[in-house]
Design a protein around this ligand. Structure first.
Ligand code: ARG
Length: 447
């Protein structure tokens, strides 16, 4: 593709997405100019009406952005001049493009952060419901993707609950850094216009004003932090998708996901692919890329504003868009999840994960450690060869391996009892999972 220099420098093909913020900030700026006596009430009214009309006409498809007008600021300014003539030039007093772009970006990212936090709330409510319905659903707990200890599905789901609730806190912290209005910066040193932006900050819902004009135009750590939060959330989503993809295979057969989120092949009808989950897993890559992109753009920049910075929007617009659509679709998808509890429980039973309890039992009966290892190994081998879980072997069979076995063994190695025997905080025991759920309910009440 061959671009002219003008086309190459233009950012309107991506920063048009900030048009609402550009208009909101401009309306607040017209109010500021009125307060400072630069615009009469009538002039300010005329400009604000024009800006509102511009918004409606953009939304109605009547106004088209032009590459010649460079970016969103140039385009809105050109629309304004068309509507109010020379008066529109007064809007240049008391602000510059270097601070305008920061105000728009911060306002945009505040809104995005709030909507992501809302999506995370939906995610948390959905996971809480699934956990509550599955406090008795037994499944294998995996480490190294090998069956390691029996757990409940509630315990597994609550692990993800914790990850996403930390994501929400992380976005909440990020919001504090985003929600500040730049002062009137000039290029970077400020201007001779003595303006008070506190009313403007309040009108736009900002918490305050950035204290240094050079920092305000030069730095984008608020956008870096935002993308970082997005990247971590995508990591969590991607891992969860990987679990669902595994669970949905014939090999696991733990769950079923609604066809809406899957594709199948006409010539391989036995195969149902969890495409939405695979795509969320795949799209995490672009958000990690967005993070590397923005960090790289800034790492070599001299103070203060440099045109390279225009590219920051490519990164944060993509990150916001990807994380929002991924979260929304993930929640919709997991709401359709049907759980094959029988298969999960069977996998736990045939996981021989109570071998550890067998070992403990032998220790309690005074068998020395070398023999314990030997006996347990032999019993597991025997159980596998006979196609039975350990707890379904007869006592007489077990006695062949050691005389110390008695009927009290069966209670100890029953899978439910293995789960309820856990005493440590945050464990999978039914009691502990109930406690985890109680804490979640309490925290919600206090929100
Ligand atoms: N489109 C530019 C950006 O996003 C706006 C700022 C350009 N500054 C300027 N003085 N022309 O960075």
């Amino acid at each position: 593709m061959k671009l002219s220099a003008k086309e190459f420098m233009s950012s309107i093909d991506f920063d048009w997405k900030l048009y609402e913020e550009e208009i909101e900030c401009s309306i607040a700026h017209a109010n500021l100019l009125f307060e400072h006596g630069i615009l009469t009430e009538k002039e300010a009214g005329k400009i604000k009406t024009a800006l509102n009309d511009i918004r409606n006409e953009i939304q109605g498809g009547k106004l088209k952005f032009q590459v010649e007008n460079e970016d969103i600021h140039g385009n809105i300014q050109a629309f304004l001049l068309d509507k109010v003539g020379w008066l529109g030039n007064k809007m240049k007093i008391g602000r510059g493009i270097n601070d305008q772009v920061v105000a728009d970006s911060r306002l945009f990212l505040r809104k995005e952060t709030e909507s992501i936090m809302e999506l995370l709330n939906n995610m948390l409510d959905t996971l809480e419901n699934i956990a509550r319905e599955n406090v008795n659903s037994i499944m294998p707990g995996y480490s190294h993707l090998q069956r390691s200890q029996p757990v409940t599905l509630a315990h597994h789901i609550l692990a993800y609950y914790q990850m996403f609730s930390r994501d929400k806190v992380r976005f909440g912290n990020c919001l504090g850094g985003i929600n500040l209005l730049p002062p009137d910066c000039g290029a970077c040193a400020g201007t001779i216009f003595e303006s008070d932006r506190s009313a403007m900050a309040r009108e736009l819902g900002f918490d305050g004003i950035l204290p240094n004009a050079m920092d305000a135009v030069a730095d984008r750590d608020f956008a870096m932090e935002f993308i970082n939060c997005c990247a971590i959330t995508m990591t969590h989503l991607s891992r969860f998708c990987e679990d669902l993809i595994l669970w949905d295979t014939v090999e696991f057969d733990f769950i079923e996901i609604d066809d809406e989120f899957c594709t199948s092949s006409r010539i391989m009808p036995q195969k149902k692919n969890l495409d939405v989950a695979e795509l969320i897993r795949g799209k995490s890559g672009r958000v990690f890329g967005d993070l590397i992109n923005i960090l790289t753009i800034f790492k070599g920049l001299p103070m203060s504003y440099n045109r390279d910075m225009q590219e920051d929007k490519v990164a944060f617009l993509d990150a916001a868009n990807t994380v929002e659509s991924s979260l929304a679709l993930f929640v919709a998808m997991i709401k359709t999840m049907k759980i094959n509890r029988g298969n999960m429980q069977r996998a736990a039973k045939y996981g021989y994960m109570n071998a550890a309890e067998l070992y403990e039992y032998l220790a309690e009966k005074g068998v020395d450690s070398e023999n314990r290892v030997h006996i347990v190994g032999k019993i597991v081998e025997y159980a596998i060869n006979n196609g039975k879980p350990i707890e379904e072997l007869w006592l007489d069979d077990l006695k062949q391996f050691s005389k110390v076995f008695d009927s009290d063994l069966y209670d100890k190695i029953a899978i439910r009892n293995v789960i309820s025997s856990k005493k440590s905080e945050g464990s999978t025991s039914f009691e502990s999972v109930e406690k985890q759920l109680e804490k979640i309910a309490k925290a919600k009440e206090n929100e």
